[in-house]
Design a binder for this molecule. Structure first.
Ligand code: MG
Length: 378
């Protein structure tokens, strides 16, 4: 009897003024009958910010003194997850493109932040590209989830925080006097990353060697175009106590990079060639390892998968960064106990960080015990 009565009221409820509501589409229903269960508890906000670099930063293809970023927040039940998009100009995103993309992100269909796979698959489907913008949502969501369960991500993933690597410190291409000064300032770091790929390569390395004999790693940023020249350089760099060479030749030269890797006395690492998960398969046999960056991978969800895939293919793994605040750096650092090398100096290169998080102490990545990505606002 009571079941029949409920059915009666239910049936009456979906007939209004003789019109069956089923004749209207979902958007009409959502607009006309705001339904509490349909309004998301997650609120995404974002704002542009510009990072000031301590030194002019020069690599093989460009020079700059600032980096545009966008800072995101996802609020949920009194907790706030922080995220960040960093847009070095050569990657094609900008304040404008990231703000436009984030304005399209509609979380109203999601009420549970733990639906990470669904939410981030939706964000990824909004539009092609926009990798840094997507990362800024991914990082904020991961931070939020960690805060809800009150655990740092490295704990959730089962990583050992005592196994974090040392980080390299990047020395940009510059005049010998400036390079010497930068090397002296980088005394704390156990390994220096040298940007090569111009006609001053040997001079750069010799200048550094006039100040220190600590190990180097080299990032050519696709700057060598001849594989025999590249191999000669790598043999010479090995004599100069170099550990590995990142993106020695243009990413399009797959055969050249594969030949170089096969013959190289040092490991080669694909960076520009390896953006997202499917690129790890393509890099297998072409490079000895991959450089994972959150701004390329669309964030932590895919970065974690890339790490697992590369490991299963017996490839080396490096975790890198752009110039970023301690927000995105601390997020990337959560993965660092599982990598061979870290290049997480991005927050050290800027003078206006607004977060306190992962520290570099005595050259090593040191994770905090704070939940999520492990940061506080300064
Ligand atoms: Mg690189």
């Amino acid at each position: 009897m009571s079941q029949n009565r409920r059915d009666f009221f239910k049936t009456s409820g979906i007939i209004a003024g003789g019109i069956a509501l089923s004749s209207f589409d979902n958007s009409f229903f959502a607009k006309s009958f705001p339904n509490k269960s349909k309004s998301s508890k997650m609120k995404l906000t974002f704002r542009p910010y510009t990072l000031e670099l301590k030194h002019v930063f020069t690599i093989a293809t460009s020079s700059r003194t600032t980096t545009p970023v966008v800072l995101t927040e996802i609020e949920y039940e009194g907790l706030t997850g922080y995220g960040e998009a960093s847009m070095p100009p050569y990657l094609g995103e900008s304040h404008d493109t990231v703000l436009k993309f984030l304005a399209k992100v509609d979380l109203t269909n999601f009420n549970n932040p733990f639906e990470l796979e669904n939410i981030l698959a939706y964000v990824d489907s909004i539009e092609e590209g926009n990798k840094a913008a997507k990362a800024s949502v991914d990082i904020a969501l991961h931070d939020l989830i960690g805060k809800i369960v009150n655990q740092p991500l490295y704990n959730i993933w089962g990583f050992d925080k005592t196994k974090t690597p040392v980080t390299s410190f990047t020395i940009g291409i510059d005049k010998p006097d400036v390079v010497r000064q930068k090397v002296i300032e980088a005394e704390e770091y156990k390994i220096l990353k040298v940007k090569l790929g111009r006609d001053t390569d040997r001079e750069m390395v010799e200048t550094i060697r006039s100040v220190t004999d600590k190990p180097l790693c080299v990032d050519v940023n696709q700057g060598w175009t001849d594989k025999h020249f590249a191999l000669d350089m790598i043999h010479w760099l090995k004599e100069m106590n170099t550990e590995f060479v990142e993106q020695p030749m243009p990413k399009e030269d797959i055969d050249g990079n594969a030949w170089l890797t096969q013959n190289s006395p040092l490991p080669t690492i694909g960076d520009e060639a390896v953006q997202r998960l499917p690129d790890v398969i393509k890099a297998h046999g072409v490079y000895s390892g991959i450089n994972i960056k959150l701004m390329k991978s669309t964030g932590l969800r895919e970065a974690h998968k890339m790490l697992t895939l590369a490991r299963s293919l017996n490839m080396k793994v490096m975790i890198g960064c752009m110039t970023e605040t301690s927000c995105a750096i601390s997020a990337a650092a959560q993965l660092s106990p599982m990598v061979d090398w870290a290049d997480l100096d991005g927050a050290l290169l800027i003078s206006n960080d607004i977060f306190d998080g992962t520290k570099i102490i005595d050259g090593r990545v040191v994770l905090t015990d704070l939940p999520g990505i492990g940061i506080k606002k300064i």
